[in-house]
Write a new protein. Structure first.
Length: 230
C-alpha cells in the first residue's frame, strides 16, 4: 500500500514539473528569440520629435529631464544663455545634452508603414523613404497651399469714420485725430469769428506751443476739453 502511495506522489510531482514550463511560456509570450515585433500602429508617433513632429533624426536627450529631440531641432535652444527644455520648460545644462544611442537602436529595429505607399520601413530610414515616395509627394502636392497676404491693389477709403478720429465742427472735414483736428482749425479757420474755432486755437496754444497763459479765464474755461486732448 505504501509503495502504491509513493508511486502516486512521484507521478504527481513529475506532472507538475512538466506543466510549470508550459504555464510560464503562456504567461510570457514575448520572451525569447522568437518574440513578435512591436505593433506598427503608433510606433512612428512614439518616436517622433516633439518639435518637428517627424521621426527622430540624430536624436539627442537632455540629461535633466530625459526628453529627446532631433539634434538639429534642439540647436536653437542651445544658443541662449539659460536654455529651457522645449517640452517641459525645465532649465537644463547645454553641456549635458548627449546623443541618444538607445533611441537610435530602436529606430533601426522598429518598422512602421509609410503613410503614402504603406510599405513597412525601418524608422531610421523613414525620412529618406518619404522624401522619395511618389505617393507621399502626391499627397503633399494636393495639400492646400499657404497664400501670404499681399498689399491690396484697391484704394483704401479715407472717409470711413472710426472711434479714434473726429469731424471738424466748422467745415465737416472727417478722419482727423486730435492733433490734426486742432491743426486743421488753426490752418483753415484761424480768422473765423466762430467761438468753436477760437476755442480750438487756445487748445492748440496750450498743448502744442505753450504760448497761451494757462491761468487766463478763457483757458480755464476750457479745462475739461484741454484735459480730453491730453
Amino acid at each position: 500500500m505504501m509503495a502504491m502511495f509513493r508511486s502516486f506522489v512521484s507521478a504527481s510531482t513529475q506532472l507538475r514539473q512538466q506543466q510549470q514550463p508550459q504555464q510560464q511560456q503562456q504567461q510570457q509570450p514575448g520572451s525569447g528569440a522568437g518574440s513578435p515585433a512591436a505593433p506598427a500602429e503608433g510606433i512612428e508617433s512614439q518616436f517622433s520629435c516633439p518639435i518637428c513632429l517627424e521621426v527622430y533624426h540624430k536624436p539627442v536627450s537632455i540629461a535633466s529631464c530625459a526628453h529627446t529631440f532631433c539634434g538639429e531641432c534642439l540647436q536653437p535652444c542651445l544658443q541662449v544663455t539659460s536654455p529651457l527644455c522645449p517640452l517641459c520648460r525645465v532649465p537644463f545644462d547645454p553641456k549635458k545634452v548627449e546623443r541618444s544611442s538607445s533611441v537610435e537602436k530602436q529606430l533601426a529595429s522598429y518598422k512602421a508603414p509609410c503613410r503614402g505607399c504603406s510599405k513597412k520601413v525601418a524608422l531610421a530610414k523613414m525620412r529618406s523613404h518619404i522624401a522619395s515616395c511618389s505617393k507621399v509627394q502626391e499627397q503633399i502636392a494636393n495639400c492646400p497651399k499657404f497664400v501670404p497676404v499681399v498689399p491690396t491693389s484697391q484704394p483704401i477709403p479715407s472717409n470711413i469714420p472710426n472711434r479714434s478720429t473726429f469731424v471738424c465742427p466748422f467745415c465737416g472735414a472727417r478722419n482727423l485725430d486730435q492733433q490734426e483736428l486742432v491743426k486743421h482749425c488753426m490752418d483753415n479757420h484761424r480768422n473765423d469769428p466762430n467761438k468753436v474755432v477760437r476755442d480750438y486755437s487756445l487748445i492748440y496754444q496750450v498743448i502744442y506751443t505753450n504760448s497761451a497763459d494757462p491761468e487766463s479765464p478763457d483757458v480755464l474755461s476750457l479745462g475739461p476739453r484741454i484735459s480730453f486732448f491730453r
